[in-house]
Structures are given as C-alpha cells and as structure tokens.
Design a protein around this ligand. Structure first.
Ligand code: KG4
Ligand code: ZN
Length: 329
C-alpha cells in the first residue's frame, strides 16, 4: 500500500510517499525556518501563506522522486491536528482534493502519533510500548498497551520542553529554534549555576516553566558576566534530567517491552545519550531512538502511522476539518 502523506501543522511543508508504513519512497520537507528566524519564532499567518505557496511544488517533487503518478497512490494521509489552524487547513484542503479527485481513501492523522511511529522506520515495534514525546508543543509519557492504543500517563502542566528550550535561548540572545543552539553550547559548559528542583502533583507529569523562569531571572539580574555555556549546561541537565526521572518511574511501574523516544527534542544529544544508557538498568527493555532525519517534523512519519491507522479502520470523509487542539487518547 503506497500512501501519500501530507504534513503542514507548523512551519514545515512536507509530503512523503511511504510503502507499507516502512519504506520511504520519497520524503520532501520544505522548511520555512529562515523566514521565521527574522521574527524570533513562528508567525502563524506567515506560515500558512508559505504553505499555500509551497504545497503543490512539494507534492510534485515527492511524486517525482518516488517515480510515481497520482493514480499509483493508494491512499492520502493528512495531519489534521494538533497545530496551527491556518497551517493545518492548507495541507487538509490539498489532501481532501487529492482523495476526492482520485477516489482514494483519506486517512486522518494526529501529529504526535506520527512522531511516535517514526520509530517504525528503524525498529520492529513491540508492545507494551512506552513513548517519551518531546517536541515544541508536547511533553508526554504515552503508554501503548498494544498497537495504536494510546494512554497518556502524564504531560506537561505548563511549557512543552521544546518551548522552554526556545524561550531560554531567546533570552540568551540565540536565534530560533533555540533547542539545537543550547544543545551545542551545553557541550562546553560546566556545573556553575544552580537551578530549582521541579515539582509536580502527578508523578508522571512535567513542568518546565519554573526552570525557564529561573534562567530568565539569572539573565535579567546579571550580577556577574553571564557564562552562556554554563547556563545552557545547567538548564539542559535540569530539563533532560527531569525527563529521565519520569521515564524511569514509568519503566518501574508499567510492564514495558519497548521504549521509544519521539518528537523534535529527540534530536537532543544529551537526551539521546541518557536514553541509550537506560539499557544498563533495564536490559530487558528494547530501546529505540529515531534517527535525526525523522525527529523533527516530516511527512514520512505521518505515512508510517497512517498505514497502521488504516489497518485499524481509521478513515475520514471530505467533511474532515482541522483541529488545533486534537486529542488522541
Ligand atoms: O517536533 P518538532 O519539530 O515540532 C513540533 O511538533 O513542535 O519540535 C521542534 C522543537 C523546537 O522547540 C526545537 O527547539 C526543538 O524541537 N529541538 C531541540 C533540538 N532540536 C530541535 N531541542 C533540544 N535540542 C535539540 N538538539
Ligand atoms: Zn512535531
């Protein structure tokens, strides 16, 4: 089954052709990052306009790289939430038009399930599975008792981790997106700054706003010359340490066979190192981290999960609409 998947939930215009949920025939991502960098973050109205300009070109390139015509596509998959409403609508109208024109199935996809099933490209997934989802909009521990069955054990009560990275970077004068910049700076940082401990009511929930505010205060007070590397190091150790602490708690509590990392922040070098280290304490748990090409937003991951969703009977008609706050569990 060859699925043409479309992803426009934020600032990447992406189309991929995926065979049987596993084989990437093409995966085109047109990033708008250069445009949004000038504003220090994603401007929703600008993002949707650029999606409109790019979507047909990206679709054409994806088909051409896969050496396929539109008639050879078996189904169309589309991210219909969560995300920026205007951006989502652009991909949605393209997918609905294509499904109607070709009379092929339309498969609706939740963006985060795509991030989780990106791991399908590199590993045979086994269940029960635990996913740590870390992106610009989400921070969640998701338990999948079986395939395509999502239970959110805990989530952030305030900022998502990627959002906290981006805000901390911004106050340190680094450009958007700040995550990769902090990651790089932290490599040469040393323990110097002390940041507050994070507290949450539910043991599996997360909270990053206190940590972010503590960094902002340090920057604003500036009683001494700011040591950027050391501050990046302190923030990263605290933030990533918190992710690992909650993950270990979930692994101690649930009968997990497979642990996967998911989302844009899965590209973080320190997090990847610590996640791989989990195998020392949990030798019976299979551990998968997605390769860098499918950590940040792309349409290949949407095609991967769409194949599984379709097997589970998920399909939409042309009344499908964009849902910026879509739930999946
Ligand atoms: O999943 P994603 O591409 O978009 C959303 O669905 O949100 O994630 C984007 C987020 C941004 O906040 C970006 O700063 C963060 O992922 N990010 C990183 C790294 N690479 C990307 N954060 C920390 N370290 C990185 N290396
Ligand atoms: Zn994402």
């Amino acid at each position: 089954m060859r699925i043409c998947a479309i992803e426009t939930s934020c600032d990447e215009t992406a189309v991929a052709i995926i065979e049987d949920g596993k084989t990437v025939l093409s995966n085109i991502v047109s990033s708008q990052i250069n445009v949004h960098q000038a504003f220090g973050g994603v401007i929703p109205e600008v993002a949707s306009r650029i999606h409109v300009e790019n979507i047909s070109l990206v679709l054409k390139e994806a088909l051409s790289e896969a050496k396929m015509s539109l008639d050879e596509v078996d189904a169309f998959a589309i991210t219909h939430g969560p995300g920026l409403v205007g951006s989502l609508h652009v991909g949605l109208i393209a997918a609905k038009t294509l499904a109607w024109y070709t009379q092929k199935p339309l498969i609706p996809v939740h963006h985060i399930t795509g991030h989780i099933y990106a791991n399908n490209f590199v590993s045979e997934l086994t269940y029960p599975m635990l996913a740590l989802v870390v992106s610009g909009g989400h921070t969640e521990l998701v338990y999948l008792k079986e395939e395509f069955d999502f239970e959110i054990l805990g989530s952030t009560q305030d900022d998502a981790i990627g959002e906290a990275y981006d805000k901390v970077a911004r106050v340190m004068g680094l450009s958007y997106p700040g995550g990769p910049m902090i990651d790089k700076l932290a490599k040469s940082g040393k323990p110097h700054y002390k940041l507050p401990k994070i507290k949450t009511q539910n043991p599996f929930d997360f909270s990053f706003s206190g940590l972010k505010s503590a960094v902002l205060q340090l920057v604003h007070k500036q009683t001494e010359d700011l040591r950027h590397e050391d501050l990046a190091f302190a923030f990263q150790e605290a933030a990533v340490g918190e992710l690992m602490h909650k993950t270990r708690l979930a692994l101690d509590t649930y009968p997990v066979k497979h642990f996967v990392l998911a989302g844009g922040v899965a590209a973080n070098s320190r997090l990847r190192e610590l996640v791989l280290g989990l195998s020392e304490t949990y030798p019976d748990v299979q551990i998968t981290i997605p390769p860098l090409w499918c950590c940040t937003d792309n349409a290949a991951m949407i095609g991967a999960v769409a194949y599984i969703a379709y097997k589970h009977g998920v399909q939409a008609d042309l009344s499908l609409s964009a849902n910026p706050g879509l739930d999946y569990a």
